[in-house]
Ligand binder design. Structure first.
Ligand SMILES: [Zn+2]
Length: 230
């Protein structure tokens, strides 16, 4: 009841790929079948009613200023990506994954495998975001610098995630270097699995090796995987 799973592969600290690199990543994801273009969705006869409304035509969606999902170009250009500064949440939904011959991006597979769906997304931001997880090990980032200064940026909308400065205005410290700043990031690959929780095999879930290889071929950074149950 209400239990959902997100698998996040983030790069701790200031790393943030260029808009051009993200655009190439989207193309590579489509070529490898991790996301589906409007053409593929038509060919595979995916009923648009199964997809989130915002993505049902273009195949992609992004979180708009009102924090609701809005249609996004399936293959975003670098120019479009840059127009979404200072932060972007972009996602491509996939439904009936195994029935349609696709692969599920997280291992192990959920126990119940009929009608699997996921949303593959990216978080790309000028400022830091944190991962809020009940299961996190170690100290939690409280939003303050060691010198006491508040690092959180004011929010325009109550639904907006909190963003943090990458350097303290008072002492210049980078909060991602704090022990409590382990999951502060400007770039993350986010697989929203919804209610499709990976089967509990006693081992932590991980990205599908082929998706991991594709990711590593485009981004030369060290990724940390975090599973979030919410
Ligand atoms: Zn400080």
């Amino acid at each position: 009841m209400g239990v959902e799973y997100q698998h996040i592969a983030l790069v701790r600290g200031r790393y943030r790929p260029s808009a051009e690199r993200i655009a190439r990543f989207a193309q590579a994801l489509a070529e490898a079948g991790w996301i589906a273009s409007p053409k593929t969705l038509r060919e595979k006869k995916v009923p648009s009613s199964r997809l989130p409304k915002a993505a049902s035509r273009p195949g992609a969606m992004f979180r708009g200023p009102a924090q609701t999902w809005e249609p996004a170009p399936f293959a975003p250009t670098a120019q479009w990506l840059r127009s979404k500064k200072p932060s972007l949440e972009l996602a491509w939904p996939m439904v009936n994954v195994l029935e349609l011959g696709w692969r599920f991006p997280v291992e192990p597979l959920p126990f119940y495998r009929e009608g699997l769906y996921y949303e593959l997304g990216i978080h790309w931001s000028q400022y830091y975001r944190d991962v809020v997880s009940d299961e996190a090990d170690g100290p939690e980032f409280g939003g303050h610098c060691g010198c006491g200064a508040d690092l959180a940026l004011p929010r325009k909308n109550i639904l907006e995630p909190t963003f943090y400065r990458t350097a303290c205005l008072h002492c210049g410290e980078d909060p991602a270097t704090f022990e409590s700043g382990q999951t502060l990031h400007r770039f993350a690959l986010v697989i929203d699995c919804g209610k499709n929780l990976p089967e509990d095999t006693g081992k932590p879930a991980s990205l599908h090796p082929q998706l991991r290889a594709l990711r590593n071929s485009l981004f030369s950074a060290k990724f940390t995987q975090v599973g979030v149950i919410c």
